[in-house]
Design a binder for this molecule. Structure first.
Ligand code: ADP
Length: 157
């Protein structure tokens, strides 16, 4: 049986921390659907198309990129997937992730959330930090893919 999971997030923009989670999830699952949230209360900096394209351009094998709107459990049901992957960076992520996982389980007991611990190299990395660094011309080389770095530089120029 093919093992498939959903990796949801805003990916605004995708960072090497996300990519590390994607690659490691693919050691456990045969296919991964990276689900990019469309309507985000965080008011995304990049459009849904841009955020999806940044991930698609990585050309990762066995990765499908799809936008989603509404409840994640409904998206999983539509895609016929029972497992969600989330990344944990620090203790600070735990509260939110715990709340989200329990809320999702309450809505659908058939869907499990599994967590992958960040690679220590990216433990401090978040999309918001990247945007702040890029805004003030900080060096973000090695923290995001080259095409994302270029897009950020263009947006802030
Ligand atoms: P959200 O807006 O839902 O938090 P993000 O796009 O920020 O979505 O992140 C998606 C998932 O990836 C979350 O589970 C988050 O904890 C995880 N993640 C983000 N950055 C990193 C990182 N540097 N290392 C490991 N996991 C990460």
């Amino acid at each position: 049986m093919t093992k498939i999971a959903v990796y949801p997030g805003s990916f605004d923009p995708v960072t090497n921390g996300h990519i590390s989670i994607i690659k490691r999830a693919l050691r456990v699952f045969d296919h991964l659907i990276v689900a990019v949230s469309q309507s985000d209360p965080k008011k995304p900096f990049f459009t849904i198309e841009e955020r999806c394209d940044f991930i698609k351009s990585l050309d990762l094998k066995n990765v499908i990129v799809k936008p989603f709107d509404g409840l994640l459990v409904n998206f999983c049901k539509t895609e016929n997937v029972q497992v969600m992957v989330r990344g944990l960076r620090a203790v600070s992520d735990f509260d939110y992730e715990f709340q989200l996982a329990l809320a999702n389980r309450r809505m659908d007991r058939d869907i499990e959330t599994i967590f992958l611990m960040t690679d220590y190299k990216y433990s401090y990395l978040s999309s918001s930090l990247i945007k702040d660094m890029a805004k003030f011309k900080g060096n973000i080389e090695g923290l995001v893919p080259v095409h994302v770095n270029k897009a950020l530089q263009e947006r802030f120029s």
